[in-house]
Design a protein around this ligand. Sequence first.
Ligand code: FAD
Length: 445
Amino acid sequence: MPGFVREVIIISDFAARSKALLADIMIKYPLMGIKYDIAVIGAGPAGLMAALSAAQAGAKVVLLEKNDQLGRKLLLTGKGRCNLTQAEEDPVVFSEAFGRHGKFLLTALTTFGVKETVDFFNSAGVATKIERGQRVFPESDKAEDVLRALTGRIKALKVTVKTRSSIKKIIAKGRAIKQLTTAGTEIKADKYIIATGGLAYPATGSSGDAYAWLEELGHKIERLRPTLVPIKLKEKWCAELAGLGLRNVRLSVYQDNKKKSERFGEALFTHDGLSGPIVLDLSQEIGELFDKRPVELRLDLKPSLDHAKFDARLRRDFQKNLNKSFKNSLDDLLPASLIPVMIRLSGIDPEKKVNSVTKEERTKLLHLFKDLVLHVSGIHGFEQAIATAGGVSLKQIDPRTMHSKLIDNLYFAGEIIDLNGPTGGYNLQLCWSTGYLAGKSAAEE
Ligand SMILES: Cc1cc2nc3c(=O)[nH]c(=O)nc-3n(C[C@H](O)[C@H](O)[C@H](O)COP(=O)(O)OP(=O)(O)OC[C@H]3O[C@@H](n4cnc5c(N)ncnc54)[C@H](O)[C@@H]3O)c2cc1C
């Protein structure tokens, strides 16, 4: 064969093989050129943990986040200190804090519970400490240390991280998701984990994008409500006390003169009502009751003393201050900023000498200390909520794997699920546990 003919055959053979190779690549790795084992949508605590656990189990993972940074809300948790969990290692006891559906979390908590979470962060260089109410914080008091531990591990596991990747659409066929669409690209994976959070604090990126996609896929979204939110009160004098924290108080919720609930602990006055742990924990119930009829709160400022004992204490204090004016007799009983308000509410002349305060007046004062009545005028919305009540129906998620029961290659993690706990580290633990289980199941199933 003449030399130039052989050259032409070799070149055309090479071209044909290159074309075939390219076609093969296009089939295997369409559009973006890469097909992942698992795509995780949302890089909050749940998505970060899901990506980490899937990669740890050997999967090729892409983590997609619409913000330009990971874990924006995580950085705000615990007022920047991150109450990362609750020191309650018994999964059953822990799950009870999530109410009657808490049992859903048992597999997640036994797979990656409080102990595993604390061990994980400790081994990633985040020493932890336990504070009042069994709240676990990083010893450094820095949420960014918690985030750094997660992102460091994700990097070490070679997870592909794509920030500024807002997923706009999920394309599915039958019982399977085929691809995700961002503004400019399409992403394909064998399996998908949705960890886009809820609607609380939307400024952090949690704007509930996934609910519409999921409804299209047939998932039921249980009614969405803000929870762990401050309460608004009709009492205008609250504004004078904004920022005043109260410790060891009892707050009771009443409707139609019947006690519905109560909590003991810390509360905080705000410019238009009340906040603080016990108020936040009661807020969901208050909101639901308020939807139906008016709600009254009763604040007991001295819950360790019953009415008789507190009356005796008042008399003792008055006895000590007999010649003082009433306005100067309450220093041992109340924080300074609360005194003028209580004096006004009591209707007792502030200049009156204590020795001329009548029994009736003292009884009225006693009631203000023990049953200060406050009228709810509403609860704040998602923009101030710590969490979202409602979400993807638990009936459509397998609690042993976090696998959707409707879509074969879909898993869930975090706040998107219809579960929410009280303050104290419960909600982040929900993210660590469901995130870990979703990632592991998606990688191993
Ligand atoms: C102020 C504040 C303080 C809190 N403090 C505590 C605390 O101390 N302890 C505690 O246990 N809990 C706390 N919480 C609750 C806790 O932060 C949440 O439970 C937790 O962040 C939920 O995690 P998540 O990963 O499910 O969702 P998120 O943290 O909401 O993360 C979801 C991520 O998905 C991204 N995303 C959304 N849509 C898309 C899309 N279309 N495409 C790509 N990405 C998308 C979002 O940008 C976001 O980064 C606090 C909450 C707030 C608001």
